[in-house]
Design a protein around this ligand. Structure first.
Ligand code: FMN
Length: 245
């Protein structure tokens, strides 16, 4: 099998790391890949903040709700939606940026953040590192803004932990292909059977790896998606993302 395809199909998040440092060359190679990634209208609206300082990583672990792997691994990269940078270009060209006040602006920059995240993770894994994406920083975005000294019109969307793993974790099963790949039109009838099967698959998976607290997919969704954080809206609003249109 082609090596890139093999690597992508082998994806799994790792949450157990050695403290071994990542060399400057390896880190630079990973970041260069993300810099080459596409952005909407060539906006360059993503910036990365590379955090190696142990106290800062410990603080981020705390901000993210107590995630020890952030403190354990040597590098955390915060992926920043950066409409401060684009605003400088708009201003230089004699106009006033309003993009941060639109839902389209938020969708565009968050799409670009996702591409940057995926690129960072693929490049890191290609160089023998383990990774785990971290959305937990959005539990307290203001604390991240303060820690990283982020300016107006920026927002810490996600982050990724990079490091050498102590032991490889197993691959989490996915829902059946019919729930993901639709031909020509969306076919909702495929979903319920796929969800029922996946709930059973995950139950067995948690038993196999000895995780007594593992939830079915449906229960996990109920836990996370039956509520939402109001904090994000107010912090994003203070940063300039007002979403008026
Ligand atoms: C945008 C994003 C944010 C995530 N945030 C966290 C996080 O804060 N902490 C964590 O341990 N895992 C986090 N994850 C990892 C998911 O839980 C994980 O990808 C999912 O359970 C599937 O497992 P796998 O990556 O091992 O295949 C995140 C994943 C994504 C894509």
């Amino acid at each position: 099998m082609n090596e890139t395809i093999r690597l992508l199909r082998a994806h799994h998040s790792s949450r157990s790391y050695k403290a071994d440092p990542i060399s400057a060359e390896v880190l630079e190679a990973i970041i260069e890949c993300a810099r080459r990634a596409p952005t909407s209208t060539n906006s360059h609206e993503i910036s990365l903040v590379v955090v190696r300082n142990a106290d800062s990583r410990a603080r981020i672990a705390e901000i993210a709700g107590g995630q020890p792997w952030i403190a354990q691994a040597p590098v955390f990269i915060a992926v920043i939606a950066d409409l401060y940078k684009t605003g400088l270009g708009v201003e230089k060209a004699g106009a006033r940026q309003v993009f941060q006040r639109s839902l389209e602006g938020v969708l565009a920059v968050v799409s670009d953040a996702g591409i940057a995240m995926a690129t960072l993770m693929t490049a890191a894994r290609a160089l023998g590192l383990g990774v785990v994406p971290i959305g937990g920083i959005r539990r307290d975005p203001q604390a991240m803004i303060d820690l990283l000294e982020l300016p107006a019109n920026t927002f810490p969307v996600d982050g990724v932990v990079l490091g050498y793993v102590t032991e490889e974790s197993s691959q989490k099963p996915r829902m059946a292909i019919e729930s993901f790949r639709h031909e020509e039109k969306y076919h909702p009838q495929a979903l319920r059977p796929a969800i029922d099967a996946y709930d059973l698959t995950l139950e067995k998976y948690w038993q196999k790896i000895g995780r007594a607290d593992g939830l079915t997919w449906s229960a996990n969704m109920a836990q996370h998606y039956s509520t939402f954080s109001r904090l994000i809206k107010s912090v994003a609003h203070n940063q300039g993302f007002t979403i008026e249109v």
